[in-house]
Design a protein around this ligand. Structure first.
Ligand code: AMP
Ligand code: ZN
Length: 456
């Protein structure tokens, strides 16, 4: 079975919206839209908005979120026996939490926000600052008109899914990494992991998103290198900011000093291997075994180039003005941030009247002027697949022609956004298990020329 998922290919096929497409696809695939009677247009609006709120960063972009979403899907749900342990509400929470888990990431980590006394760190008392921000952003998005995906849920379900989503997003905070691993390990060694019990299922969901979040060394070598270079690019930019602001430059973030293979080996040995080892003690599927194999192979690769600087691309510092930009559009004190939230409640809108400076919305995106990557190419030979350098283009939609999931008599608009003719490969990479079944009735890809119907 081929588990390789090329999120960049999905990005090409969906005009730079892999997260939106994949989210809608999985919600439909698991019968969640129907089960919870979710309004399809509201779900579409929500995921579009989530994707638009990821920035055009090298690593923490919507492609990473789509990758985490797909990996949670493979880790948890590709094994039918495993999948049947979870309630529909848990599966929905897992999908949405994965999709939103890094939304509005500014490209610097919690340590930077805390060290620089950023208003967000003050607002959240230095605790899981970014993770609380991502979760909060997701619920903020739901306050915009027409995007509340939980609008029709009874109150107890609303409370439950909100709790589960927040738990999963907060679980991605690396500061509690070993707490989660140790919890799972002690459950396993005491033979006390009981998936019939909700708290144990919650722990498995937390571990699934953690594995997915750190899954880049568990991929094929090419994908592993690509994501590793992307995160290093972001790390180096944080190091530049730290230097500029008189802070200590964090480990592995100094572009002049860092040995990338060494950093990757440390990452694998200290953080990734113990995580995947504990996961594979819990769930030994073909996919988990493949992850373990890839981790070992990729580690050997990094070791083989430890002293070969030529094997590493060149990273160029960004323009100075990029480092001087505020990290968040809403600046000011924590009180200002709170005021913004309160005004949103009153107006039912975003409450954000400041220019949409940072997001992946093309024009006005100051991190992405003139369609250029904010950080530039990292080497002559390293081709970073471009994400969205243009204003986001709505995926062409044509309910009548989307036969993939819509029932013949379905009066709602089609659920999965239409992609077009050559989709069988995409559906295979999304759902290796059911690819053959899904391969029938595929929607068509838009033609590549500008006459593509539906494309603006
Ligand atoms: P998140 O910010 O939610 O994506 O959390 C994952 C964290 O794992 C990142 O912030 C990085 O610190 C770390 N990470 C992921 N991939 C790598 C990698 N290839 N090398 C070093 N650190 C990584
Ligand atoms: Zn992440």
């Amino acid at each position: 079975m081929d588990f390789e998922f090329d999120v960049f290919r999905l990005g090409e096929l969906t005009h730079g919206q892999p997260l939106y497409y994949l989210s809608m696809h999985l919600l439909q695939y698991y019968g969640l839209i129907e089960h919870f009677n979710i309004d399809v247009d509201v779900a579409k609006a929500f995921f579009r908005e989530v994707e638009a709120n990821y920035r055009n960063l090298s690593y923490h972009n919507s492609y990473h979120a789509a990758d985490v979403l797909q990996t949670v899907n493979l880790l948890l749900l590709s094994d039918p026996q495993m999948a049947q342990n979870f309630t529909k509400l848990e599966i929905l929470a897992a999908c949405i939490a994965s999709a939103v888990h890094d939304v509005d990431h500014p490209g610097v980590n919690n340590n930077y926000l805390i060290q620089s006394s950023h208003p967000l760190a003050i607002l959240y008392n230095d605790l899981s600052v970014l993770e609380y921000h991502h979760a909060s952003k997701a619920f903020e998005i739901m306050q915009k008109p027409g995007t509340n995906i939980f609008a029709k849920f009874p109150n107890d379900q609303k409370r439950e899914i909100r709790k589960q989503m927040i738990n999963m997003v907060v679980a991605t905070d690396m500061s509690q990494h070993f707490t989660y691993i140790n919890k799972l390990k002690s459950k396993i060694s005491a033979a006390a992991l009981k998936l019939q019990e909700a708290p144990d299922r919650a722990l498995v969901l937390d571990m699934a998103i953690k594995c997915a979040d750190l899954n880049n060394p568990a991929k094929s070598l090419e994908a592993c290198k690509l994501w590793a270079f992307r995160i290093m690019e972001e790390f180096f930019q944080q190091g530049d900011r730290e230097r500029l602001n008189g802070l200590n430059v964090s480990m592995f973030m100094d572009r002049k000093e860092t040995n990338i293979p060494k950093c990757q080996i440390g990452f694998i040995d200290i953080l990734v291997t113990p995580l995947f080892e504990s996961w594979s003690q819990c769930i030994a599927t073909d996919f988990t075994r493949l992850c373990m194999k890839n981790i070992a192979l990729n580690r050997s690769h990094w070791e083989s180039i430890l002293d070969k600087p030529d094997a590493i691309p060149t990273f160029h510092p960004p323009d100075a003005h990029i480092l001087e930009q505020e990290l968040f559009a809403t600046t000011g004190s924590p009180a200002t941030l709170k005021k913004k939230l309160i005004s949103m409640q009153k107006t039912g809108g975003s409450g954000d009247t400041s220019p949409d400076t940072f997001r992946q919305r093309g024009k006005g995106n100051s991190l992405n002027t003139k369609g250029k990557s904010p950080v530039g190419p990292i080497s002559k030979n390293f081709q970073k697949p471009s994400l969205r350098s243009e204003p986001s283009r709505p995926i062409p939609e044509d309910g009548s022609r989307n036969t993939l999931f819509a029932k013949p008599d379905n009066k709602q608009s089609a659920v999965t956004p239409r992609m077009g003719r050559r989709t069988s490969g995409v559906v295979e990479m999304i759902n290796p298990i059911k690819a053959s079944a899904l391969g029938r009735n595929l929607p068509e890809l838009p033609k590549s020329d500008s006459s593509s119907d539906g494309a603006p």
